[in-house]
Design a protein around this ligand. Structure first.
Ligand code: SF4
Ligand code: SF4
Ligand code: SF4
Length: 310
């Protein structure tokens, strides 16, 4: 038991709050954890304001969680303040680690995003981009690490409650957090026969053999290239892995490219046929980590160059 509660801060950039929901989902274990926390900031839960966070002495908060990506100027400011005030800063969830689902906004440019969201949104007549009492939005989703360095990465969309509990307990006790490096396949109970894929199938096509590897049956499963911190929760319940925990530590850099390369090994199919069979390749292979990928970096540079040119 700790001598006194540890000062912590929970900050939310642009996100869906699912990661903090997963923290709350610890349920009864919260009764053990909460007394150990001296919550200094958690904008959606505790009535502290940003100026309170800004007013704390630098490094006076032991552990900080930053959920979401930094899409607005306010998000970026919050992330930088968190870095300044926290000794250990955690990239909490895949949005924070890699850009996450909102990072797919970079598939389009900002004007196209405005069109879909505001100007030509089917639920709005005469829509316009809001500009009053809202923070400025950035032209492109950049990885959070472009704005601040993190000490710990806890990926997942969202991270599982078990993983959060393990991490929080270790960090609060001042112990090193050692996470297993295995991929999702390591935890998958399905049988692999090393048989090549003859055809790529959409998830709803046919009826998968419940005992056998889904990838070998033609369903795109990102288990071989995805960090298995979830312990294979989807593949062991009948669904393919969509890669929400991002790349495993030996790969780390480009999850999508690793998956495409893996698919090339498993599926000796003519490349043109393969491309035709994989619908929405960007959304399939880069769903959770486009901004941090090599391809995504090129896109960010392109968008920035376009902005400078205009
Ligand atoms: S990682 Fe997933 S659950 Fe967490 S904030 Fe992002 S979208 Fe939501
Ligand atoms: S590819 Fe998917 S289904 Fe096959 S063993 Fe790996 S995690 Fe399981
Ligand atoms: S099996 Fe894949 S998609 Fe499912 S939780 Fe784990 S990493 Fe995410």
């Amino acid at each position: 038991m700790l001598a006194k509660p540890v000062p912590v801060a929970m900050a939310q950039g642009s996100s869906c709050w699912g990661c903090f929901q997963s923290l709350v989902d610890i349920h009864l274990k919260l009764a053990d954890v909460l007394p150990l926390l001296d919550i200094k900031y958690w904008q959606a839960v505790v009535d502290y304001k940003l100026k309170d966070l800004e007013g704390y002495p630098d490094k006076s908060i032991a552990v900080g969680f930053y959920e979401g990506m930094a899409r607005t100027e306010e998000d970026i400011h919050l992330l930088k303040v968190m870095r300044q005030k926290c000794q250990t800063l955690i990239a909490f969830g895949s949005c924070s680690c890699f850009g996450g689902i909102p990072g797919m906004a970079n598939f389009s440019d900002i004007e196209q995003c405005y069109d879909v969201k505001f100007r030509h949104n089917k639920t709005v007549n005469g829509g316009s981009v809001p500009s009053v009492n809202v923070p400025a939005i950035t032209d492109v989703v950049k990885p959070n690490t472009d704005y601040a360095a993190f000490d710990v990465y806890l990926p997942g969309c969202p991270p599982t409650s078990k993983l959060i509990l393990t991490a929080v307990t270790a960090l609060l006790e001042g112990k090193p957090l050692e996470l297993p490096p295995y991929t999702v396949c390591h935890y998958c109970k399905r049988e692999k026969k090393e048989t090549p894929i003859s055809e790529i199938l959409r998830p709803y096509v046919g009826k998968a053999d419940v005992q056998r590897c889904l990838l070998e049956q033609g369903y795109i499963c990102m288990g071989p290239s995805t960090w298995g911190l979830c312990e294979g929760q989807c593949v062991n319940k009948g669904a393919t892995c969509r890669g929400c925990f991002g790349p495993s530590p030996p790969i780390m850099k480009d999850h999508g490219a690793a998956t495409i390369s893996m698919l090339g090994t498993y599926a000796p199919i003519d490349p043109d046929k393969l491309i035709a069979q994989v619908k929405d390749p960007l959304g399939t292979f880069y769903r959770f980590d486009y901004p941090t990928s090599h391809l995504g970096r090129i896109r960010i540079k392109h968008e920035e160059a376009e902005r400078r040119r205009k």
